[in-house]
Design a protein around this ligand. Structure first.
Ligand SMILES: C[S@@+](CC[C@H](N)C(=O)[O-])C[C@H]1O[C@@H](n2cnc3c(N)ncnc32)[C@H](O)[C@@H]1O
Length: 310
Protein backbone atom coordinates (compact mmCIF):
# COMPACT_ATOMS: atom_id res chain seq x y z
CA UNK A 1 0.00 0.00 0.00
CA UNK A 2 1.33 3.41 -0.86
CA UNK A 3 2.15 5.51 2.25
CA UNK A 4 0.04 8.62 2.58
CA UNK A 5 1.96 11.75 3.58
CA UNK A 6 1.40 12.61 7.27
CA UNK A 7 -0.56 15.84 7.80
CA UNK A 8 1.85 18.57 8.98
CA UNK A 9 0.57 19.69 12.35
CA UNK A 10 2.35 22.45 14.18
CA UNK A 11 3.15 21.58 17.85
CA UNK A 12 0.81 24.32 19.04
CA UNK A 13 -2.10 22.83 17.01
CA UNK A 14 -1.40 19.37 18.47
CA UNK A 15 -1.31 20.77 22.01
CA UNK A 16 -4.63 22.58 21.62
CA UNK A 17 -6.16 19.48 19.97
CA UNK A 18 -5.13 17.49 23.08
CA UNK A 19 -6.59 20.15 25.39
CA UNK A 20 -3.18 21.43 26.73
CA UNK A 21 -2.60 25.14 27.24
CA UNK A 22 -0.27 26.79 24.71
CA UNK A 23 3.46 26.73 25.67
CA UNK A 24 4.92 29.84 27.29
CA UNK A 25 6.75 32.14 24.86
CA UNK A 26 10.45 31.21 24.50
CA UNK A 27 12.67 33.28 26.81
CA UNK A 28 15.85 34.89 25.68
CA UNK A 29 18.75 32.88 27.22
CA UNK A 30 20.44 35.06 29.78
CA UNK A 31 23.98 33.68 29.43
CA UNK A 32 23.94 33.37 25.70
CA UNK A 33 23.95 37.10 25.29
CA UNK A 34 27.15 37.25 27.30
CA UNK A 35 28.94 34.26 25.74
CA UNK A 36 28.07 34.74 22.10
CA UNK A 37 30.87 36.52 20.25
CA UNK A 38 29.88 40.02 19.40
CA UNK A 39 31.45 42.21 16.86
CA UNK A 40 32.76 45.47 18.22
CA UNK A 41 32.16 48.79 16.52
CA UNK A 42 35.21 48.34 14.27
CA UNK A 43 34.13 44.84 13.21
CA UNK A 44 36.77 42.89 15.25
CA UNK A 45 35.56 39.89 17.25
CA UNK A 46 36.56 39.64 20.93
CA UNK A 47 38.66 36.52 20.16
CA UNK A 48 40.63 38.39 17.55
CA UNK A 49 41.05 41.32 19.94
CA UNK A 50 42.48 38.94 22.61
CA UNK A 51 44.83 37.34 20.07
CA UNK A 52 46.03 40.77 18.91
CA UNK A 53 46.52 41.93 22.48
CA UNK A 54 48.55 38.79 23.28
CA UNK A 55 50.70 39.24 20.18
CA UNK A 56 51.31 42.85 21.14
CA UNK A 57 52.28 41.93 24.70
CA UNK A 58 54.68 39.18 23.53
CA UNK A 59 56.34 41.48 21.00
CA UNK A 60 56.56 44.36 23.48
CA UNK A 61 57.91 42.01 26.18
CA UNK A 62 60.52 40.60 23.77
CA UNK A 63 61.64 44.06 22.70
CA UNK A 64 61.80 45.23 26.29
CA UNK A 65 63.85 42.15 27.28
CA UNK A 66 66.23 42.66 24.34
CA UNK A 67 66.54 46.33 25.29
CA UNK A 68 67.37 45.50 28.91
CA UNK A 69 70.00 42.91 28.00
CA UNK A 70 71.45 45.20 25.35
CA UNK A 71 71.58 48.08 27.80
CA UNK A 72 73.15 45.86 30.43
CA UNK A 73 75.96 44.75 28.12
CA UNK A 74 76.37 48.23 26.69
CA UNK A 75 76.89 49.63 30.16
CA UNK A 76 79.24 46.77 30.96
CA UNK A 77 81.09 47.54 27.73
CA UNK A 78 81.46 51.11 28.88
CA UNK A 79 82.95 49.83 32.11
CA UNK A 80 85.27 47.60 30.09
CA UNK A 81 86.72 50.48 28.10
CA UNK A 82 89.96 51.99 29.20
CA UNK A 83 92.28 49.64 31.05
CA UNK A 84 94.41 47.10 29.22
CA UNK A 85 93.15 43.52 29.03
CA UNK A 86 94.44 41.35 31.82
CA UNK A 87 93.45 37.82 32.62
CA UNK A 88 91.42 37.39 35.80
CA UNK A 89 93.56 35.17 37.98
CA UNK A 90 91.98 32.48 40.17
CA UNK A 91 92.24 33.30 43.88
CA UNK A 92 90.72 32.75 47.29
CA UNK A 93 87.76 35.17 47.37
CA UNK A 94 86.70 34.69 51.01
CA UNK A 95 87.88 38.10 52.19
CA UNK A 96 86.31 39.88 49.24
CA UNK A 97 82.92 38.38 50.04
CA UNK A 98 83.28 38.99 53.75
CA UNK A 99 83.69 42.65 52.83
CA UNK A 100 80.81 42.64 50.33
CA UNK A 101 78.26 40.70 52.42
CA UNK A 102 76.28 43.67 53.74
CA UNK A 103 75.89 45.38 50.33
CA UNK A 104 75.75 42.24 48.18
CA UNK A 105 71.96 42.04 47.87
CA UNK A 106 71.66 45.70 46.99
CA UNK A 107 74.37 45.55 44.30
CA UNK A 108 73.45 42.18 42.80
CA UNK A 109 69.72 42.76 43.19
CA UNK A 110 69.85 45.61 40.68
CA UNK A 111 71.65 43.50 38.03
CA UNK A 112 69.34 40.55 38.64
CA UNK A 113 66.24 42.67 38.27
CA UNK A 114 67.61 43.92 34.96
CA UNK A 115 68.07 40.35 33.73
CA UNK A 116 64.93 38.84 35.25
CA UNK A 117 67.07 36.28 37.09
CA UNK A 118 64.45 35.47 39.71
CA UNK A 119 62.78 33.20 37.12
CA UNK A 120 65.99 31.21 36.71
CA UNK A 121 66.51 31.02 40.46
CA UNK A 122 62.97 29.72 40.95
CA UNK A 123 63.52 27.10 38.27
CA UNK A 124 66.64 25.66 39.89
CA UNK A 125 65.52 26.05 43.50
CA UNK A 126 62.51 23.86 42.93
CA UNK A 127 64.89 21.04 41.84
CA UNK A 128 66.19 20.85 45.41
CA UNK A 129 64.62 17.79 47.04
CA UNK A 130 65.53 15.26 49.76
CA UNK A 131 68.75 15.94 51.63
CA UNK A 132 69.98 19.17 50.07
CA UNK A 133 73.36 20.91 50.12
CA UNK A 134 73.56 24.45 48.84
CA UNK A 135 77.16 25.30 48.08
CA UNK A 136 78.41 28.91 47.91
CA UNK A 137 75.03 29.94 49.28
CA UNK A 138 76.12 33.58 49.60
CA UNK A 139 73.44 35.75 51.19
CA UNK A 140 70.70 33.17 50.59
CA UNK A 141 69.21 34.59 47.44
CA UNK A 142 67.55 31.25 46.64
CA UNK A 143 66.00 30.76 50.07
CA UNK A 144 62.59 32.20 49.29
CA UNK A 145 62.25 30.02 46.16
CA UNK A 146 62.80 26.67 47.91
CA UNK A 147 59.98 24.15 48.01
CA UNK A 148 60.58 23.41 51.67
CA UNK A 149 57.99 20.61 51.89
CA UNK A 150 60.14 18.53 49.47
CA UNK A 151 63.29 19.08 51.51
CA UNK A 152 64.22 16.57 54.21
CA UNK A 153 67.23 18.50 55.40
CA UNK A 154 69.22 21.40 54.05
CA UNK A 155 72.84 22.42 54.62
CA UNK A 156 74.06 25.82 53.52
CA UNK A 157 77.78 26.30 52.99
CA UNK A 158 79.85 29.31 52.12
CA UNK A 159 83.53 30.11 52.55
CA UNK A 160 82.58 33.55 53.81
CA UNK A 161 81.14 33.63 57.33
CA UNK A 162 79.57 37.04 56.73
CA UNK A 163 77.71 35.77 53.68
CA UNK A 164 76.41 32.59 55.31
CA UNK A 165 75.17 34.65 58.27
CA UNK A 166 72.88 36.51 55.87
CA UNK A 167 71.55 33.19 54.55
CA UNK A 168 70.80 32.06 58.09
CA UNK A 169 68.79 35.21 58.81
CA UNK A 170 66.80 34.88 55.58
CA UNK A 171 66.11 31.21 56.11
CA UNK A 172 64.88 31.69 59.68
CA UNK A 173 62.64 34.55 58.56
CA UNK A 174 61.15 32.46 55.75
CA UNK A 175 60.81 29.11 57.57
CA UNK A 176 60.80 29.80 61.33
CA UNK A 177 59.50 26.31 62.17
CA UNK A 178 61.89 24.27 59.99
CA UNK A 179 64.17 22.15 62.17
CA UNK A 180 66.58 20.50 59.73
CA UNK A 181 68.74 23.33 58.47
CA UNK A 182 72.47 23.74 59.04
CA UNK A 183 74.70 26.70 58.21
CA UNK A 184 78.42 26.17 57.72
CA UNK A 185 81.14 28.72 57.09
CA UNK A 186 83.71 26.59 55.32
CA UNK A 187 85.04 25.93 51.85
CA UNK A 188 83.01 23.41 49.87
CA UNK A 189 86.13 21.33 49.27
CA UNK A 190 86.68 21.05 53.06
CA UNK A 191 83.25 19.58 53.84
CA UNK A 192 83.34 16.26 55.65
CA UNK A 193 82.52 13.32 53.40
CA UNK A 194 80.37 11.43 55.89
CA UNK A 195 77.03 13.06 55.03
CA UNK A 196 75.67 12.46 51.50
CA UNK A 197 73.06 14.46 49.60
CA UNK A 198 70.27 13.90 47.09
CA UNK A 199 70.67 17.36 45.58
CA UNK A 200 73.64 19.70 45.52
CA UNK A 201 72.64 23.17 44.39
CA UNK A 202 74.98 25.97 43.45
CA UNK A 203 74.10 29.31 41.89
CA UNK A 204 76.70 31.74 40.56
CA UNK A 205 79.42 30.04 42.58
CA UNK A 206 81.89 28.53 40.09
CA UNK A 207 83.02 32.00 39.00
CA UNK A 208 84.22 32.72 42.54
CA UNK A 209 85.98 29.43 43.29
CA UNK A 210 89.74 29.26 43.22
CA UNK A 211 89.64 25.86 41.51
CA UNK A 212 86.13 25.24 40.14
CA UNK A 213 86.98 21.90 38.49
CA UNK A 214 88.36 20.49 41.71
CA UNK A 215 85.30 21.67 43.68
CA UNK A 216 82.94 19.93 41.27
CA UNK A 217 85.02 16.75 41.53
CA UNK A 218 84.85 16.95 45.32
CA UNK A 219 81.10 17.57 45.33
CA UNK A 220 80.54 14.33 43.42
CA UNK A 221 81.86 12.44 46.45
CA UNK A 222 79.13 14.12 48.53
CA UNK A 223 76.31 12.81 46.33
CA UNK A 224 74.13 9.86 47.25
CA UNK A 225 73.91 7.26 44.47
CA UNK A 226 71.52 8.72 41.88
CA UNK A 227 71.88 12.23 43.32
CA UNK A 228 72.12 15.31 41.15
CA UNK A 229 74.09 18.51 40.95
CA UNK A 230 72.05 21.54 39.89
CA UNK A 231 73.96 24.57 38.70
CA UNK A 232 72.92 28.06 37.70
CA UNK A 233 76.09 29.87 36.65
CA UNK A 234 77.31 32.74 34.57
CA UNK A 235 80.24 32.61 32.19
CA UNK A 236 81.23 32.81 28.53
CA UNK A 237 78.43 33.45 26.11
CA UNK A 238 77.61 32.15 22.67
CA UNK A 239 78.37 35.48 20.95
CA UNK A 240 81.88 36.72 20.19
CA UNK A 241 81.07 40.37 20.84
CA UNK A 242 79.73 39.48 24.29
CA UNK A 243 82.82 37.39 25.10
CA UNK A 244 85.08 40.25 24.04
CA UNK A 245 83.28 42.49 26.53
CA UNK A 246 83.51 39.86 29.26
CA UNK A 247 87.23 39.25 28.58
CA UNK A 248 88.04 42.93 28.56
CA UNK A 249 86.45 43.58 31.93
CA UNK A 250 87.13 40.21 33.61
CA UNK A 251 90.14 41.36 35.62
CA UNK A 252 88.51 44.52 37.00
CA UNK A 253 85.30 42.66 37.77
CA UNK A 254 87.24 39.93 39.60
CA UNK A 255 89.08 42.58 41.57
CA UNK A 256 85.87 44.14 42.87
CA UNK A 257 83.49 41.17 43.04
CA UNK A 258 85.87 38.22 43.30
CA UNK A 259 84.09 36.62 40.38
CA UNK A 260 85.54 35.65 36.99
CA UNK A 261 82.68 36.11 34.59
CA UNK A 262 84.34 34.83 31.44
CA UNK A 263 84.80 31.16 32.40
CA UNK A 264 83.63 28.40 30.05
CA UNK A 265 81.18 26.74 32.43
CA UNK A 266 80.41 23.78 30.13
CA UNK A 267 84.11 23.01 29.80
CA UNK A 268 84.60 23.14 33.58
CA UNK A 269 81.65 20.82 34.21
CA UNK A 270 82.82 18.30 31.59
CA UNK A 271 86.41 18.36 32.88
CA UNK A 272 85.11 17.56 36.38
CA UNK A 273 83.79 14.25 35.00
CA UNK A 274 80.11 15.06 35.63
CA UNK A 275 77.59 13.76 33.12
CA UNK A 276 75.25 16.52 31.96
CA UNK A 277 71.56 15.60 31.83
CA UNK A 278 70.24 19.03 30.94
CA UNK A 279 71.90 22.21 29.81
CA UNK A 280 70.32 25.47 28.75
CA UNK A 281 71.73 28.91 28.13
CA UNK A 282 70.21 32.37 28.13
CA UNK A 283 71.24 36.05 28.07
CA UNK A 284 73.37 35.62 24.94
CA UNK A 285 74.49 32.29 26.33
CA UNK A 286 76.08 33.77 29.46
CA UNK A 287 73.59 32.28 31.94
CA UNK A 288 74.02 28.51 32.20
CA UNK A 289 71.57 26.09 33.79
CA UNK A 290 72.97 22.59 34.16
CA UNK A 291 71.66 19.44 35.81
CA UNK A 292 74.28 16.72 36.05
CA UNK A 293 75.05 13.44 37.77
CA UNK A 294 78.10 11.42 38.69
CA UNK A 295 79.36 9.13 35.93
CA UNK A 296 78.22 5.54 36.45
CA UNK A 297 75.17 6.46 38.54
CA UNK A 298 71.76 5.19 37.58
CA UNK A 299 69.54 8.20 37.16
CA UNK A 300 65.91 8.39 38.22
CA UNK A 301 63.62 9.60 35.46
CA UNK A 302 63.07 13.32 35.83
CA UNK A 303 59.75 15.04 35.27
CA UNK A 304 59.66 17.31 32.22
CA UNK A 305 61.31 20.63 32.89
CA UNK A 306 60.99 24.00 31.33
CA UNK A 307 63.75 26.53 31.31
CA UNK A 308 63.51 30.10 30.21
CA UNK A 309 65.59 30.86 27.18
CA UNK A 310 65.95 34.29 25.66
C1 LIG B 1 78.96 35.33 43.45
S1 LIG B 1 78.67 34.74 45.04
C2 LIG B 1 77.18 33.82 44.78
C3 LIG B 1 76.34 33.74 46.00
C4 LIG B 1 74.99 33.04 45.84
N1 LIG B 1 75.12 31.66 45.54
C5 LIG B 1 74.09 33.72 44.85
O1 LIG B 1 73.52 33.04 44.01
O2 LIG B 1 73.94 34.94 44.93
C6 LIG B 1 79.88 33.49 45.22
C7 LIG B 1 79.96 32.89 46.60
O3 LIG B 1 80.86 31.77 46.54
C8 LIG B 1 81.51 31.71 47.77
N2 LIG B 1 82.71 30.86 47.62
C9 LIG B 1 83.84 31.11 46.92
N3 LIG B 1 84.70 30.09 47.02
C10 LIG B 1 84.09 29.16 47.78
C11 LIG B 1 84.45 27.87 48.23
N4 LIG B 1 85.63 27.32 47.90
N5 LIG B 1 83.60 27.18 49.00
C12 LIG B 1 82.39 27.72 49.36
N6 LIG B 1 82.00 28.94 48.96
C13 LIG B 1 82.83 29.64 48.18
C14 LIG B 1 81.81 33.15 48.08
O4 LIG B 1 82.11 33.36 49.44
C15 LIG B 1 80.49 33.81 47.64
O5 LIG B 1 79.59 33.91 48.71
Amino acid sequence: MPQLPKPKLRPATVRSALGHPPPPPARKPLLATRIAPRESDNGISPQEMTARRRKFLITAGGLYGAFLVGAYYWISYGVAQGGPYEEAKPRDTTQTYDGLAKQYDRIIGRDELFMGLSFWRKDVAKQATGDVLEVSCGTGRNVSYLNISSIKSITFVDASEQMVEQTKEKFQDNYPKYQHAQFLATKAEDLPLDKKYDTILQTFGLCSHEDPIYVLMYLQDLLKPGGKIVLLEHGRGTWDFVNRILDKSAASRAEVFGCRWNLDIGDIVRKSGLVIDKESRSHFGTTWTIIAHRAGDVIRPEPKKRFFIW
